[in-house]
Design a protein around this ligand. Structure first.
Ligand code: FES
Length: 572
């Protein structure tokens, strides 16, 4: 092994190298710092306040053993972690901060390669954004989903069933006490959410991009095979350093397009859009919103998993796992991009039997024939908005109805259950002030609750539009990521209650029946202006000053691209 980056710290016989080595000794073997052994950081998002990632320090031990076994030297590197259910106002506000902090620590330290331990929604995206910008050899260890919990004999899908049951309480079909009883059963084990929500989707993305050992994503967190794969990943990163196999060699435009196919085939989260765009931006890969529509179009949803289907991730693993599912759509993948192993993903898609065709559906009996993500445009969202047809009600995909506008989440909360609210099942609910700048952080509030009086009438879905995001575990005819957002001067700020809205998913149209002349006379409502009061200090201030719109991934403008791994100045 030669030309290790860490030799810039340890490779000399002078005072500086003495200092770098001496402080690191502390029990390391004599030859650990002799500038020939790859120094591998295990970027660890374990945190007691990120419940889905709590177990990752145990996983890191297996990675460490693999690194030692292959001749490297492992280091646990705790990095910023984000617990989706815990941090306010939304974990998405901190994704870029986590990515920026990770990138800087990867670059600043004597590291030759990276093992990226993630799980909960924002952690794998932040790790991949950081690894892309520093472009050191890197490989992802997805922390894995939890086992299935049951309540009164029924399987509970994290997130999805919380939304469903809470709506049933509002509809009066179950009591709040019954709802709260299910709380003890929802989280059965370590691991992230067990639906095809954002965490599961981002593990699929990491694998389809080529950034995990193929066959790793979706391995349940408590399964001993997760530790086997973690050990193998530790061995692999040492080999990757030897071959100088970097993220920019793996995450090419072709592998991004493969990821879009994979996300469509599993019926994955809409959040994959902003995360993939942001990761691509770090690598200088030309990926646009329209690539999601064009590449995902015609891809069948074969994963019969909640929120779109019936089963959970444990069932997917039992049925043959992600590779068995991807093998069904092998012909849709570009065979050229390599994975972390140096071999293309398609090389791993032969002889992958499906053991339960109710979970991994056959190509000719998909859950939905044409999934993917539809990109809508028109005079509401000139830069684009998205909808996931697989999670929508088919009868609402073509719809015309009057708008009912809420200027903020608080405005919606105050009025949505008002018995006097003028609303019918045909109304289009519009929520603004939830975009990257407006919230700030682009909250997951786009799947806004339905008005109680309609729930009581049996209505279970309506067309909803916002500049926010939606939890990957949610469902409904929900149009998201409207760009530009209202707080950035987008025309969403000009929609008024009563305007007729047209949704035409087949023709990719989202528009309001208001003339350009009339729109030019309108100005944003004072209520919405007040809702967008910008933060005055700290990260949130930096964020609102520099965040880009959803159609380009909502990264900060000065974080696009990368700075590589070179640091020229000494620390002392
Ligand atoms: Fe962590 Fe769902 S809350 S993955």
């Amino acid at each position: 092994m030669k030309n290790l980056r860490s030799a810039n710290w340890y490779g000399n016989v002078d005072r500086d190298a003495y200092i770098h080595r001496a402080w690191m000794r502390r029990g390391l073997p004599e030859d650990a710092l002799n500038a020939t052994k790859p120094q591998i950081a295990i970027a660890n998002t374990a945190s007691d306040l990120t419940p889905c990632n709590m177990h990752l320090t145990e996983v890191a031990e297996s990675v460490k053993q693999g690194i030692w076994a292959a001749g490297g030297v492992p280091y646990n590197l705790p990095v910023v972690s984000l617990g989706e259910t815990q941090v306010k106002p939304t974990a998405m506000l901190w994704r870029n901060m986590a990515a920026m902090a990770m990138e800087e620590m990867f670059r600043a330290n004597p590291i030759d390669g990276l093992v990226l331990l993630g799980g909960c929604d924002k952690t794998i995206p932040a790790l991949l954004m950081a690894a892309a910008s520093v472009n050191l050899p890197a490989v992802v260890v997805p922390g894995g989903p939890m086992l299935t919990g049951h309540f009164r004999g029924e399987a509970l899908g994290c997130g999805t069933d919380v939304w469903r049951l809470s709506e049933e309480v509002r509809a009066g079909t179950i009591t709040n006490g019954q709802f709260l009883e299910s709380e003890q059963a929802t989280i059965r084990s370590k691991g992230h959410c067990n639906t095809m929500g954002t965490a599961s989707t981002m593990a699929v993305v990491a694998e389809a991009l080529g950034m995990t050992i193929p066959g790793f994503a979706g391995t349940p967190a408590p399964d001993s095979r997760l530790l086997v794969m973690a050990h193998e990943t530790g061995r692999l990163i040492v080999d990757m350093v030897a071959h100088d196999r970097r993220p920019s060699d793996i995450m090419t435009r072709s592998s991004f397009l493969n990821s879009i196919v994979a996300v469509a085939a599993v019926g994955g989260s809409t959040n994959a859009v902003v995360h993939l765009l942001a990761i691509a931006g770090r690598l200088g890969v030309d990926l646009t919103l329209d690539d999601f529509d064009a590449t995902g179009k015609g891809v069948p949803v074969l994963a019969n998993l909640k929120p779109a289907g019936e089963y959970l991730t444990d069932d997917l693993y039992r049925a043959g796992g992600l590779l068995a599912l991807l093998a069904e759509v092998k012909d849709l993948f570009d065979p050229t991009p390599i994975t972390v192993t140096g071999k293309p993903l398609v090389d791993y898609l032969d002889d992958r039997p499906v053991w339960d065709a109710n979970v991994i559906l056959p190509r000719d009996k998909p859950l939905m024939e044409d999934a993917g993500i539809a990109v809508l445009r028109g005079n509401i969202a000139p830069l684009g908005a998205i909808i996931k047809p697989a999670a929508a009600s088919p009868e609402l995909l073509q719809h015309v109805g009057p708008a009912l506008v809420f200027d903020s989440v608080e405005d919606m909360d105050a009025r949505i259950d008002d018995p006097d609210l003028e609303v019918t099942a045909d109304t289009v609910l519009v929520l603004r002030g939830c975009g990257p700048r407006g919230y700030p952080g682009m909250a997951e509030v786009g799947n806004m609750p339905l008005p109680q009086k309609l729930l009581e009438q049996g209505v279970r879905d309506m067309v909803r539009i916002s500049d926010g995001r939606m939890s990957g575990t949610a469902y409904g005819t929900v149009i998201l990521h409207s760009a530009p957002e209202a707080a950035a001067g987008g025309p969403l700020a000009l929609v008024r209650t009563g305007d007729m809205i047209t949704l035409d998913v087949e023709n990719r149209i989202l528009s309001m029946d208001v003339s350009d002349e009339e729109l030019s006379r309108r100005s944003p409502s004072p209520a919405s202006e007040a809702a967008y009061a910008a933060p005055t200090r700290g990260w949130a201030r930096l964020y609102v000053d520099h965040v880009m719109q959803a159609n380009t991934g909502a990264d900060l403008d000065f974080l696009v691209g990368g700075s590589g791994d070179v640091v020229t100045r000494e620390s002392h």
